[in-house]
Write a protein that binds this ligand. Structure first.
Ligand code: IVH
Length: 791
């Protein structure tokens, strides 16, 4: 162990190294070391501080979350009030602002084309978050406060300390002894989406927009909650200071940046109002692509002497203005809800709205997604709703203004029959598993059972079937599909291959050439690859990637058609739900007959053989696990496998044999006996085993898979802090189980363990849909695998 003296030196070196890396990462956006190296430094510092608690100081990078939850926020008085900005909504209002500025500064007039003596303005995006004040004393973050009413705010020091891009200590030299900076705390769009997804999964409340999410996250009495939220700071000005600062606003911001404070990457200077307008238009075109929400841009007279000369009017500076973008959220009335029938028969509730202008476009419809969303919003017909439209995205309903609900508001009901074909509407079932038991529960999706008899489904199915990534029939657009279906020429995708030149020629809008082209395009699609064909079938939840995987792994349509759902779940990325959908699809007699017709008319290019990568991937324990025997979870399955070595032996086992399985409790043993006493279960288990063999997916009776250990071939990523063990230990334990522990997240990553403070890797994992585990889940799994792989 290093002596206290050298530990102190090492701690100080580590802290400044880490601070420097934070600065490069968060402020300059130019990290110089890989995340894994950063994590290593951080862990080393944490370990040293744990050994020498007397050396821990509040400005250490490890001390972002400390202390307990508060009972209430303290109050902070702003010595210099935090002001608001005047707004411009139209160009003319910006020109008027510029004219007032020049008059105020006694500069000769001009116009858009001749600026006269032009004023230099700083240009910044107007971030949509919360204004905060951060006070640095002797370069150390001493206090964080909300704007409040501008004069008095709330003390949120503990919360701002958890925000990763807020330096706890200033970098470099030359900062004023006392420096109060002001800026916006916001939640980037990606973090917002991920947070809402997590909240939804946990059954918690979701946020209507990133601004609300940022506000809700910052005003938490427990800083640990704030720490887990993806907040960021952008500094846009200075409040009180004691010391020297440069003489223009832009130079001040650059100085702040050099001291480690994050400023906007979009900061520019404009000479004259015409350049301000250019900036506004440029940012406007990029608004959707920016990683955060903005509601306008802010122009400020750049010279601080001019700012002082202009002064304030009421609570707004005369030297700055916000030029707002058109609002993306508006209020309107929900007139009714209609149900649209999609390709898989799913009924989507669509809101019919009293037409309203949102961000320059008239909106009369918005999607309500599904009935769970209707329930979540608690929306009723007649309600005043908040509609949002961003970019090309379909308008959405964000919420209801409860106070404005009229007396006669009507609940939204799902129809009992399909609005297009009159068939029965069924609620979909979801597969869930708990205590080793698989159950069906009610899903949020309702489906018309009419399949291809339903014209809505038929049209969508054909549109999908002919699309570019599916059968790729060129020139067969939505309108023609509509014509073919309405004319009764096509009642399944297979009918496309029976169309004649004369039939097409007779349709409205077709001539000899166009009819010939369409027939030729259909002809050209007669030899699809198996992957294209599977994708073209439009099996619910089977996208292009899954279709490719199924084609590659199974090699033939025949195999896919008979595959048991449990066997499908052996394939990577095929979960129980997808397997269930595939199985259902091929169990349907009508689907089978359409496929038969198709097979008679086209030639599917198949590999035929099972891909070797997917052979020999099963273990007996997996197989038992997939039977979903009540009270027998993964570890129980492993114990049974270890003891009996074959499925037949387990099926035939009597009570005494079962009670002798080490560490298998009585309830599980009883359950195994009851399960196999049911001859259907036993037959199903045998069928499953037989199919695995037939497909070449042989399981081994050995305790470990042929390639080695339980996690062989898996790639794991650890991010954030682990409370229960040093990261190196977690890494070593995963490696002992056969996993690789990688420093960065990719689509190949098996799982990510995310502790508090996880940042970009967590976001990346979420965006890639990689499995995420928190520390408790991770520990539970680790224990399971370790006990499974022990003698
Ligand atoms: S300057 C006296 N710059 O807009 C000048 N404000 O309506 C005070 N805001 O409370 C603000 N981005 O929360 C300024 N680049 C920016 C801004 C910005 C967002 C917010 C801020 C302020 C509100 C004023």
């Amino acid at each position: 162990m290093p002596s206290a003296q050298s530990a102190a030196e090492r701690i100080s070196t580590l802290r400044s190294e880490i601070e420097n890396h934070n600065y490069r990462y968060y402020v300059l956006d130019e990290p110089s070391i890989p995340d894994a190296e950063y994590d290593r430094l951080f862990q080393e510092l944490k370990a040293l501080e744990a050994e020498h608690p007397e050396l821990v100081s509040p400005d250490s990078p490890t001390q972002r979350v400390g202390g307990a939850a508060l009972a209430a926020f303290g109050q902070v008085r702003h010595e210099l009030p935090m002001l608001s900005l005047g707004n411009a909504f139209e160009e003319q209002q910006l020109l008027d602002f510029d004219r007032r500025v020049r008059e105020g500064l006694d500069l000769p007039g001009g116009d858009l084309f001749d600026a006269g003596i032009a004023v230099d303005y700083s240009c910044e995006p107007k971030l949509d978050g919360l204004a905060v004040s951060l006070l640095y004393e002797e370069g150390v973050l001493a206090r964080g406060a909300t704007r409040g009413d501008g004069t008095t705010g709330e003390d949120i020091t503990a919360n701002v300390r958890t925000i990763r891009n807020i330096p706890l200590k200033l970098q470099g030299k030359g900062w004023p002894r006392v420096l109060e900076v002001r800026g916006e705390i916001y939640m980037p769009k990606a973090g917002f989406e991920a947070l809402n997804a997590r909240q939804l999964e946990a059954g918690g409340k979701t946020f209507a927009n990133p601004r609300n999410a940022a506000a809700g996250s910052l005003r938490q009495l427990d800083p640990r909650i704030t720490a887990a939220r993806p907040l960021e700071l952008c500094v846009y000005g200075v409040g009180r200071f004691e010391g020297e600062l440069p003489e223009t606003h832009v130079a001040v911001l650059h100085a702040l940046k050099s001291w480690g404070l994050p400023i906007s990457r979009e900061l520019r200077t404009a000479t004259g109002v015409a350049e301000c307008l250019d900036y506004y238009r440029d940012i406007g075109t990029r608004r959707d692509a920016l990683p955060y929400e903005i509601d306008g841009v802010v122009f400020k007279v750049d010279a601080l002497a001019s700012q002082r000369a202009l002064g304030f009017r009421a609570r707004e500076p005369r030297w700055a203005i916000a030029f707002k973008f058109p609002a993306r959220e508006e209020l309107t009335e929900l007139l009714g809800v209609e149900f649209q029938v999609g390709r898989t028969g799913a009924l989507t509730p669509v809101a019919r709205l009293k037409p309203v202008q949102v961000a320059g476009v008239t909106v009369a419809n918005a999607t309500l997604h599904n009935m769970d969303e209707v329930a979540r919003l608690g929306v009723m017909i007649g309600d005043t709703v908040i509609v949002r439209r961003a970019g090309d995205v379909i308008p959405q309903i964000l919420g209801v203004v409860a106070e404005r609900r009229p007396p006669g508001a009507q609940p939204v009901h799902i129809p009992e029959t399909c609005p297009v074909c009159g068939s029965r509407v069924e609620r979909t079932q979801l597969l869930r598993r708990s205590k080793g038991r698989q159950t069906l529960s009610e899903g949020a999706i309702y489906r018309c059972v009419g399949r291809l008899f339903c014209r809505a489904q038929l049209k969508q199915a054909i549109i999908h079937f002919v699309s570019r990534r599916a059968m790729d029939i060129e020139g067969l657009g939505d309108k023609i599909v509509d014509q073919l279906v309405e004319a009764g020429l096509v009642s399944s995708p297979a009918d496309l291959y029976c169309l004649t030149f004369e039939q097409v020629r007779a349709l409205e809008g077709f001539g000899d050439v166009s009819a010939g082209n369409l027939i030729a395009a259909i002809e050209a699609s007669r030899r699809p690859s198996l992957a294209r064909f599977i994708y073209a079938l439009g099996i619910p939840d089977v996208g292009e990637e899954t279709a490719k995987l199924l084609a590659k792994a199974l090699g033939s349509l025949a195999r896919l058609q008979v595959a048991l759902p449990e066997v499908l779940t052996y394939l990577p990325d095929v979960g129980a739900e997808v397997a269930h959908e595939i199985h259902e699809f091929f169990s349907d007699a009508h689907n089978r007959s359409v496929i038969e017709q198709l097979q008679a008319r086209i030639l599917i290019e198949e590999e035929g053989a099972l891909h070797p990568d997917y052979a020999a991937i099963a273990t007996l324990a997996d197989l038992i696990d997939k039977l979903h025997i009540p009270y027998v979870a993964r570890t129980g399955a492993q114990r049974l496998a270890d003891r009996f070595g074959s499925l037949a032996a387990i099926i035939d086992a009597d009570w005494l044999d079962l009670r002798q399985v080490e560490r298998l409790n009585e309830r599980a043993a009883q359950s195994v006996r009851e399960f196999f006493a049911d001859s259907q279960n036993a037959a199903r288990a045998r069928e499953l085993e037989a199919q695995l063999h037939e497909f070449g997916m042989h399981w081994q009776s050995e305790r470990r898979v042929a390639q080695g250990l339980p996690l062989s071939g898996q790639s794991w990523v650890l991010t954030g802090t682990l409370e229960s063990m040093p990261r190196d230990d977690a890494k070593a334990r995963l490696e002992a189980l056969g996993a690789k522990v990688a420093g960065s997240v990719s689509a190949k990553t098996t799982a990510v363990v995310a502790g508090p403070g996880a940042g970009s890797k967590l976001a990346k994992a979420q965006s890639l849909g990689v499995q995420l585990l928190d520390e408790a889940q991770f520990l539970a799994r680790l224990a399971e695998w370790e006990s499974a792989s022990r003698e």
